[in-house]
Design a protein around this ligand. Structure first.
Ligand SMILES: NC(=O)c1ccc[n+]([C@@H]2O[C@H](COP(=O)([O-])OP(=O)(O)OC[C@H]3O[C@@H](n4cnc5c(N)ncnc54)[C@H](O)[C@@H]3O)[C@@H](O)[C@H]2O)c1
Length: 328
């Protein structure tokens, strides 16, 4: 019997490509749909690439007819928070309107299992120390609002059309494939870990720490860093959950172990053996001091087990990938 296909929309990007690899390793055929607006064709190694926008009804319909996928993993989005503030319509068009077009084509062609990449940004300002799925969702930026809209759309599609969705809210995705085949290559890169490593490697200037006077152990902001391979495994588990149980679920994916900006820089220095120069700058508006997930529900329902998400392993895997990519 041939492998069960899964459409991986946005599968040429960072998290989608790692998830395609995890799907392949679990015996699925990952069929990537990506317009390569932000991802890289060289990330598509584990199944076919169909170069198309997710709003391309004809291309998606053809892919469904050809591969008969049992589920869609939907990673495609505009992701840079600052850009969303400057160009909100781009975000509403790509993240909301194009998602609607994708769901429309999926439903029309009978694909009713959808795993969706959502984000901690849907919660807005934390009201409790650890954020679980019952936390109020009041996003404070356009990006977060677009993701929350898609969450609500999926819930409505569940009621009206029997769509089963797994809404996965990642906290800070990071790290790289432990085999060194994939890694983080956003352009522009706004995430802390690749920028710390780029600075250490002399590829960018000194790093700014935005505020060291927060009420956290060392005064810098604390975030919940999750290894991308752990996220990829969670996607496969969520996909199986939908196929086997036929019901929807929403899960926060984190570790409950926050790390501060300073701790990340110090760990990067330990792993690389090189110094990381930094300067303290004023706080940035909208940065909560502490943003950490409670992932109890994910552990209980899909067996989420973030085994690579300790900070040393994350930095080691990321550094291995970047050393190769940067010819160090
Ligand atoms: N990286 C993180 O820390 C993080 C955290 C929370 C949530 N997320 C979400 O996870 C998802 C994946 O993030 P990522 O870091 O891998 O981003 P990425 O930019 O690396 O990947 C997104 C991919 O989607 C593709 N794409 C974008 N719009 C498309 C369209 N209309 N049609 C077809 N392809 C399209 C891009 O070319 C790219 O390959 C996003 O939805 C993002 O919002 C990411």
């Amino acid at each position: 019997m041939s492998d069960i296909a899964v459409l991986v929309v946005g599968g040429a990007g960072y998290i989608g490509s790692h998830s395609a690899k995890a799907l392949k390793n679990a015996g699925f055929l990952p069929v990537v749909i990506d317009d390569i607006s932000a991802g890289h064709a060289h990330n598509v190694k584990y199944g076919p690439l169909i170069k198309a926008n997710m709003n391309d009804k004809a291309a998606i319909t053809d892919a469904i007819k050809q591969y008969n996928p049992q589920a869609i993993m939907h990673f495609a989005a505009s992701i840079e928070v600052g850009e969303g503030e400057k160009d909100p319509l781009k975000f509403y068009k790509n993240n909301v309107a194009n998602s609607i077009a994708l769901f429309d084509t999926a439903i029309e062609n009978g694909v009713k299992n959808i795993v969706f990449s959502s984000t901690a940004a849907t919660f807005g300002v934390p009201q409790s120390k650890y954020i679980d799925e019952n936390h109020t969702q009041e996003p404070i930026n356009t990006y977060g609002r677009t993701k929350l809209m898609v969450e609500k759309i999926l819930i409505d599609l569940g009621k009206a059309h029997g769509v089963n969705s797994a809404i996965l809210r990642y906290f800070n995705a990071c790290g790289a494939d432990p085999d060194g085949e994939l890694g983080e290559e956003h352009n522009p890169e706004t995430h802390l870990i690749p920028n710390v490593l780029a600075s250490i490697a002399g590829r960018r200037t000194m790093l700014s720490i935005f505020g060291d006077d927060y009420e956290t152990p060392d005064g810098t902001c604390v975030r919940d860093y999750v290894h991308v391979s752990d996220l990829a495994d969670a996607h496969v588990a969520a996909c199986k959950y939908l196929i086997e149980n036929g019901k929807s679920i929403d899960l926060n994916l984190g570790t409950k172990n926050g790390n501060s900006v300073l701790e990340i820089m110090q760990a990067a220095e330990r792993v690389t053996g090189l110094p990381c120069s930094r300067e303290i700058c004023p706080r940035r508006a909208g940065d909560p001091p502490f943003l950490v997930a409670d992932s109890t529900k994910a552990r209980q329902t899909i067996g989420f087990n973030p085994i690579r998400s300790d900070i040393e392993t994350i930095l080691k895997d990321a550094w291995n990938f970047h050393k190769k990519a940067w010819n160090i």
